[in-house]
Design a protein around this ligand. Structure first.
Ligand code: ATP
Ligand code: MG
Length: 331
């Protein structure tokens, strides 16, 4: 089986991205069912909202170093940059021509991000899911490990693939989402009703994997919680506390039930202290490895290999698609 997943270099990679996505990629590397793994930097997706050139380049490199620092092993997993494999944009266009505007306009991410744009909404923000479908369908992936927020896009990918297969004959494998049981939706520390996002303009809402450890701890300690003073998992009435319980549970590998039991008689202050320590213990080794990797030759080596492998696979599939549609001359 093969899996693929990616993260946009649209800011500082957060604890949400780590617990909902990267940590699972690392786990799946050792799952014998998966014989092929692709993880990419979704830079073409990042430009659906405005990006500053130097910042984007810095974020791309940083994300690759973080993938490696979090434990992705280039011997097991092919890491590449989306824009270095032009087949993504090419297939994305073909799929866009098989996607309805109504389907795209229903996407929650589009509706949310559209609201935040001050200087005009790009058409790329709307058509993003067709490119995401291409990212996955190019490689005949069986499964896509993502956070809950991407479930809707993945369902659309499945619809697009089925529609294409129906119209042109069997072409794409229909992928399954792989959403972790815990940590699939880490909430903002400043507003626990909102998803933690790296593009949040308020840095108090997220913990970046590269945040100074003391800053990260402080963000946990000042996380917005209710004033009811009891610690229990209750998403509806206690979203802030529930989010911290989830974070502790994911960082320490303690079940949510055991985490709840452990802190049931604790004060908020002591509980937050423990969560802050758990997050620090998770971030410290990642940051140490990151510092060793960021200026090493490893990054380019990994990316060259990843790109070549991805192009090799993508080329075969894109030729097939062009033939099915009748584009150009027979390939
Ligand atoms: P942006 O705000 O730019 O969209 P993001 O934080 O949502 O950034 P993405 O690059 O869109 O990050 O998503 C990368 C991966 O991280 C996806 O698999 C997504 O489902 C997952 N993810 C994003 N936010 C969270 C979160 N708060 N909790 C768990 N998983 C998340
Ligand atoms: Mg996102």
């Amino acid at each position: 089986m093969r899996f693929i997943s990616g993260i946009q270099p649209s800011g500082n990679i957060t604890l949400g991205n780590y617990l909902g996505a990267v940590k699972n990629f690392v786990k799946l590397q050792d799952d014998p069912r998966f014989t092929d793994m692709l993880v990419f930097v979704a830079d073409l997706h990042a430009i659906t909202v405005p990006q500053e050139k130097l910042e984007l380049r810095k974020n791309i490199k940083q994300l690759v170093a973080l993938y490696l620092a979090c434990g992705l092993d280039p011997e097991k997993c092919h890491i590449f940059i989306q824009s270095e494999v032009p087949h993504h944009a090419e297939l994305g266009w073909c799929l866009q021509c098989n996607t309805y505007i109504g389907e795209l306009e229903r996407m929650t991410q589009y509706k949310d991000k559209k609201e935040r744009q001050v200087a005009g909404v790009s058409s790329g923000l709307l058509t993003y899911p067709a490119l995401m479908a291409a990212d996955i369908l190019l490689y005949d992936c069986d499964c896509v490990p993502v956070g809950v927020d991407q479930k809707q896009h993945l369902e659309l990918t499945r619809d697009i693939a089925a529609r294409f297969n129906n119209k042109y004959g069997e072409t794409f494998k229909i992928p399954e989402p792989f959403i972790p049981e815990a940590g699939a939706k880490i909430m903002s520390l400043a507003d626990p009703l909102k998803k933690m996002s790296k593009s949040d303009p308020n840095p108090k809402g997220y913990i970046a994997l590269l945040d100074d450890i003391n800053v990260a701890k402080k963000k946990i300690k000042s996380a917005v919680t209710d004033s009811d003073a009891t610690i229990r998992y209750d998403l509806e009435n206690k979203p802030g506390i529930s989010n911290l319980l989830t974070i502790y549970s994911c960082c320490t590998g303690t079940s949510l039930k055991d985490t709840e039991a452990k802190f049931k008689d604790s004060s908020y202050a002591l509980f937050k202290e423990a969560v802050a320590d758990a997050v620090a213990a998770e971030l410290e080794p990642i940051q140490k490895r990151y510092n060793e990797i960021i200026n090493s030759k490893l990054i380019d080596e990994v990316l060259d290999n990843g790109r070549d492998y991805a192009i090799y696979l993508a080329n075969k599939k894109l030729n097939k698609v062009y033939n099915k549609i009748g584009l150009g001359r027979k390939r």
